[in-house]
Write a protein that binds this ligand. Structure first.
Ligand code: SF4
Length: 197
């Protein structure tokens, strides 16, 4: 994925507090790019696709200004990456106005802390025809309740654009059953895999 798209970290801020994530560290400085810098980086990237990520994109301090710029017809195709713990209701109209939005990349790390909120966002995106993908990060020491997760997805017939699976080297063996379960469940969905080094 990194080779296909340019990732721009709009802010380091993220309040989700996932234990395995560097953005949760108290040592992480709270930094954000200016809107002008973000647009410059988008326009000057060689890749066809830009991913606007964090930290947490929806905690970026100048979202209204940024959304205005992202509406420009000339803006490069982009995705928004989110941890999906912030309700998206108040952003949905802005998201629908973004002509060059390729989709929302939804992290699954916060699912177990607040599954209702997490699933509500996906149902909202699906209802409003805003495409979304799911990113799974499997790390050996960090448990993930895959069976429950897949049961919820099946219940609501949620259909992501693609699955992005990130696995650390230890988990390739330790979590091979979970990886296989994911691939079986999403056998009709495009699947991208990455190893975390
Ligand atoms: S939501 Fe994403 S960026 Fe935020 S702490 Fe969790 S894994 Fe890190």
């Amino acid at each position: 994925m990194d080779n296909l798209a340019k990732t721009i970290m709009v802010t380091t801020k993220c309040s989700a507090g996932c234990v395995h994530c560097p953005f949760s560290s108290s040592e992480m400085k709270n930094l954000s790019l200016s809107v002008e810098r973000i647009i410059f980086l988008m326009e000057s990237s060689q890749e066809e696709l830009v991913i606007l990520s964090g930290g947490e994109f929806f905690e970026y301090g100048q979202l209204t200004h940024l959304f205005e710029k992202l509406k420009m017809k000339s803006i490069k195709k982009f995705r928004i990456a989110t941890g999906n713990y912030i309700p998206l209701n108040s952003y949905i109209q802005e998201l629908r106005n973004l002509q060059n939005l390729d989709g929302i990349s939804i992290g699954t790390d916060t699912f177990r802390d607040n599954p209702d909120q997490w699933i509500n966002n996906l149902r909202l995106l699906q209802t409003k025809h805003i495409p979304y993908s799911l990113t799974f990060t499997l790390i050996k020491k960090y448990p993930f309740f895959l069976d429950f997760f897949l049961a919820v997805l099946a219940h609501y017939t949620l259909k992501p654009q693609f699955i992005y699976l990130r696995v650390d080297e230890d988990s390739l063996i330790a979590k091979k059953d979970e990886i296989q379960k994911l691939k079986t469940y999403f056998n009709a969905t495009p699947f991208i895999e990455d190893i975390i080094h």
